[in-house]
Each structure stands twice: as structure tokens, then as C-alpha cells.
Design a protein around this ligand. Structure first.
Ligand code: SF4
Ligand code: SF4
Length: 193
């Protein structure tokens, strides 16, 4: 059976990674919305509506929307979807597309700093500042671990090479996080303060 891919326009293919190619099977049943913690806190957030907009080509709304940055990737929606639609992965794709158009950079700015530092340190997470580091060292010591993981120069070099080889370094460096265009604060205007 040929698996159908979805497009929001002729120019831009949303499903570049071929992760959510069954989106058209959405029944608009709303189970995803009913089980979403973000929708509970933010009445304007509506995964079903976002899917409708993707399918109908209403890209203007979701590209500029602050809502697509609210998803927590908890996957509650995915677990209850009768059609097995991987909405969290759709979110990932929509965010990449928004980033390509310069939107959402206010959310990406901290990640850029974090990723470039991780590339240098060979550690995906290191608490900032002496206080944070001292706390982590204390916790590690209390559970019998070495107070601070020492990363060898060889391991750091390998980590760095992986960043470069897979294109992450260039992707992150090229992100222009300064002065991003403003986002629309409500997916359906007027529904949240
Ligand atoms: S639960 Fe699945 S089928 Fe129902 S609206 Fe959400 S994505 Fe569509
Ligand atoms: S993954 Fe996102 S959209 Fe799905 S239930 Fe969690 S917060 Fe809501």
C-alpha cells in the first residue's frame, strides 16, 4: 500500500522526515485535545485544530503561532489516538518549519547557548555557576559517585566531531536568534488572556 504524505502547500513539505505520514486519517474526534495537559491549562490550545490547519494549508496561522511551542511532548495525545497519529512528532516538524521561517527563536536562544557549550565540554548538561556545580557534586558524592565526571580530551574530541559530522554545529550556529518576528499569542484570538 502506498503511504500518503501530507503537504500544507505545494512548496513546503511538512513531512520531510516521513514521521507522521498518516495525518490524513485524523478523525477529528478530539481525544487528543481531551487528554492534553496544555489544552487543560490553555483553552486556546487545540491539537485537532492545528492538524486541520496543516491539512487545509492554513500554514500562516500555525507558523506564527506561539501555541506550537507550548506542547510538552508528553505523548498523552499519541497514546489515546484511535488512528495512531504521532502528534508529538508532528510538533517537532512544525517547529522546524517555523524555525526555518525565523519564528520561535525566543525559545531556541537558550538551546543554542546550551548546545554550543555542550559541544565544548563533552557534557550534555552542566549546571551553570559555582553554586549549581557544588550542589551537583554534593548529590553525586552522597550516592557514592565521583563528585564530578571527568571527560577525557579524547572523549571531548569525539563528541565535538559527532556534532560537526551530523551537521548539528552548523545548524545551531546558523540559527539567527536575534530580533525574531513576534508570535501570535493565541491560536484562536481572544480565547486566552
Ligand atoms: S485523537 Fe487522533 S484522530 Fe482524534 S483528533 Fe486527535 S489526532 Fe485526530
Ligand atoms: S504531546 Fe503535546 S499535544 Fe500531545 S498531549 Fe502532550 S502536551 Fe498535549
Amino acid at each position: 500500500m502506498t503511504r500518503e504524505r501530507f503537504r500544507y502547500s505545494e512548496e513546503v513539505d511538512v513531512d520531510v522526515y516521513k514521521l507522521v505520514d498518516n495525518l490524513r486519517s485524523c478523525l477529528a474526534c478530539g481525544k487528543c485535545v481531551g487528554n492534553c495537559p496544555v489544552a487543560r491549562l490553555t483553552p486556546s490550545y487545540n491539537s485537532r485544530q492545528i492538524i486541520r490547519d496543516v491539512l487545509s494549508g492554513n500554514s500562516d496561522r500555525w507558523l506564527r503561532s506561539e501555541e506550537i511551542w507550548r506542547c510538552l511532548w508528553c505523548a498523552n495525545c499519541y497514546t489515546v489516538c484511535p488512528m495512531d497519529i504521532n502528534y508529538p512528532l508532528l510538533m517537532l516538524q512544525l517547529r522546524y518549519k517555523a524555525m526555518e521561517s525565523g519564528y520561535g527563536m525566543q525559545y531556541i536562544a537558550p538551546f543554542k547557548k546550551f548546545a554550543l557549550r555542550a559541544r565544548e565540554d563533552g557534557l550534555t548538561f552542566a549546571p551553570g555557576g559555582e553554586k549549581g556545580r557544588a550542589r551537583v557534586m554534593r548529590i553525586r558524592s552522597n550516592i557514592g559517585a565521583v563528585p564530578w565526571p571527568e571527560i577525557s580530551d579524547k572523549a571531548k574530541a569525539e563528541y565535538k566531531a559527532l556534532f560537526d559530522l551530523c551537521g548539528t554545529t552548523k545548524f545551531v550556529e546558523d540559527l539567527d536568534v536575534e530580533n525574531p518576528p513576534p508570535l501570535d499569542l493565541a491560536y484562536r484570538k481572544g480565547r486566552i488572556a
